[in-house]
Every structure is written in C-alpha cells, then in structure tokens.
Design a protein around this ligand. Sequence first.
Ligand code: NDP
Ligand code: GDR
Length: 324
Amino acid sequence: MTKRALITGITGQDGAYLSQLLLEKGYEVHGLVRRSSTADVNDVRLKWLGVDKDVRIHDGNLLDLSGIIRVMRDVVPDEVYNLGAQSFVKSSWQQPILTGQVTGLGVTNMLEAVRLERPEARFYQASSSEMYGLIQEPMQSETTPFYPRSPYAVAKLYGHWLTVNYRESYGMHASSGILFNHESPLRGIEFVTRKVTDAVARIKLGMAKELRLGNIDAKRDWGHSKDYVRAMWLMLQQDVADDYVIATGRTTTVRDMCRIAFEHAGLSIDDHLVIDPALFRPAEVDVLLGNPAKAKVAFGWEAEISLEEMIVEMVDADLKRLSR
Ligand code: NDP
Ligand code: GDR
C-alpha cells in the first residue's frame, strides 16, 4: 500500500527536502499551501529539487481550521508533518500576534483536524531549539528546561506542549522534533547563513562590497536540512511517539561561520564585514548546542553533512545562481 503524507510548509526549505525524501521512499506527497497572487513563484524550492510536478498541492492556511479539515478528508494521510510557521525569529517581534496565531495556534488547528478526521495518522510537530532560549545547561537535551526569548520561541513552546498534550490526552501518535538550526542552498535569504553566502557570492562577482550583520558572537549548532528531514521521517516510523533533539553536537559563532564562507571564495572577512547595531535583536539567544544522543540510540540518526561542507555548497549554489 502506498503511504500518503500531508506536509504543511511544503514550499519552505524543509518542506521541499522532505518532499524529495518521501517521494524517493515511494510516498504519495500532498502539501498544504496558502494562496497567493504569485502562486507561480511559491514552488521555487520544489522546482529547484525537481519535485514540483510530483507533489499534490491543496489550498489551505494554518489559520483556517475548516479548510484544514477539508484537506484532511480529501487526502486521508498516514503521516502529517506540520512544518508551516512564521519561522523568522526577528520578524516575530514585528508581528507577534500573527506569529502566535500561525506558529502557535496553527498547531492546535492541525492537531484538531487530525483528531477529528484522521486520529490514526502519525503527526510530526516542528519544534525548535529556540525554545531553550536563555539556557542554563551547556548542552541541551530533551530534559533541559525551556526559557523562550522571542515571540516566535514562545509560540513554538505552545505548539510543543500542545503536541505532548494531545499525545497524552488522546493517545495520538504525535511526536515533536526539537530541531537545532539547519540550513541549505534552499534556506530563506533572511536567515544568517544564507544572507552570508549570498553576500559572499555577490562580493566575489563584484555586485556588492560589504556584508552587514548584527550579533556575530552568537553561537549556533548548524546542520543540513537534508539530514534533518530524515530525522523527521525516522521519528514517525517509531512504534511509540516521543520527542527528540536533532542537532550536530557542535557549536560555532556567526563570525566563524562567515569566515568559512569568505575563505572558500578567496576573500577576507575583515575587508567586507560591517557590524550594524540595527540588526541586533531585542533579546538574543547567545548559544545553542544540542545533544542528539536520544535520537542516535532510538533510531540511529546522526548528522552526516558538516558545517564546512554545507557552507561551501551554499556559496557555490549562490555563485552559480548569481552568475546566470
Ligand atoms: P520556512 O520559513 O522555509 O518555511 C515555512 C513554511 O510555512 C512556508 O512553506 C510557508 O509558506 C509556510 N507558512 C507560513 N505561514 C503559513 C500559513 N499561515 N498557512 C500555511 N502555511 C504557512 O521554514 P523551514 O523550512 O526552515 O522550517 C520548517 C519548520 O521547522 C518551521 O516550522 C520552523 O519554524 C521549524 N524549525 C526550523 C528550523 C531551521 O533551522 N530551519 C529549526 C527548528 C524548527 P509560504 O511559502 O507561503 O511563505
Ligand atoms: P535563528 O536563525 O534566529 O537562530 O532561528 P538566524 O539565522 O536568523 O539567526 C542566527 C543568529 O545569527 C545572528 N545574526 C543574524 N541573523 C540574521 N538573520 N541576520 C543578521 O544580519 C544577523 N546578524 C547576526 C542572530 O542574532 C542569531 O543569533 C532559526 C530559524 O530557522 C527558526 O525558525 C528556528 O526555529 C531556529 O533557527 C532553530
């Protein structure tokens, strides 16, 4: 029997890589996509991976429960991956209410639709290392207390606990992946790695002179989206639903991540990097470092792509795109 998956956020970075993975595994892949007047460009990532023709798109918005119920009835999924969100931390201070509605309450809409229409489906919630925020433990695991530091992180924490609550209240197979930062050439341009690789490519090609950043002392545990969507799928293949940290176990400053990108292009960071106070956040998460031991023991997951390999891939992809 062909398995059916429903993915929210299918037009985003992870949605595209997860679609590719599930199609390779023989799934029928369905995606919930919010309508826009520029529908021709919102499948750009799926096109980049060459899977746009193989996925089935359904109009719907995380804010609209009746629409989600209709999609759930039409698709009758075996697995539901809730990746849709207002996912940019900095924007969450500018749009705290929208972020709460989409990133937080949107999870309630998804869980309710599954509970009412397809309670036997397995559910994945895209939780985030941002929930740790002002951490007090050097390495964060599933038992580390949370202390969210942005409206985005608060909304994610709500979605996280609601997923746990539906699992415990209704016996649903609902798992939450606490994923640390993961990137790729398909990463949105507003996130720091892609902002850096895009700028490095522009400087290399003579299209720009400088790169403006905020807090370059922040440290992140960066992995590759391709590795991380594999962990999402593995979580839903377990007999019992649970929560798992997905991370590399290595942390790097924004400054050192930049250096990798500049050096790969044969450029010096000191000649081009400008610190712009306007790019600092009202509250910062200074350091994140995840301990993925539980996922390794449970289903043998480990990150395979290093930060260096990923940044090189991203710079090369941006050079190629901008040279066209
Ligand atoms: P992206 O920002 O690339 O994708 C977000 C997706 O959500 C897009 O497809 C977007 O659609 C969709 N979306 C936004 N609002 C709505 C809405 N109201 N209704 C329906 N869909 C909506 O995120 P990523 O792929 O990087 O991340 C996937 C998920 O994982 C997100 O929930 C994110 O918060 C979470 N996460 C990400 C991490 C990372 O490092 N990448 C780490 C931890 C968690 P559109 O194309 O129309 O904008
Ligand atoms: P983050 O990712 O907030 O960790 O959330 P982002 O790449 O935006 O920031 C990482 C760190 O870099 C610092 N920084 C800058 N960030 C951006 N975007 N632009 C800049 O110019 C800049 N200068 C310095 C930030 O202050 C921060 O410390 C990502 C998102 O994908 C979330 O959805 C996800 O939940 C978490 O990762 C885990």
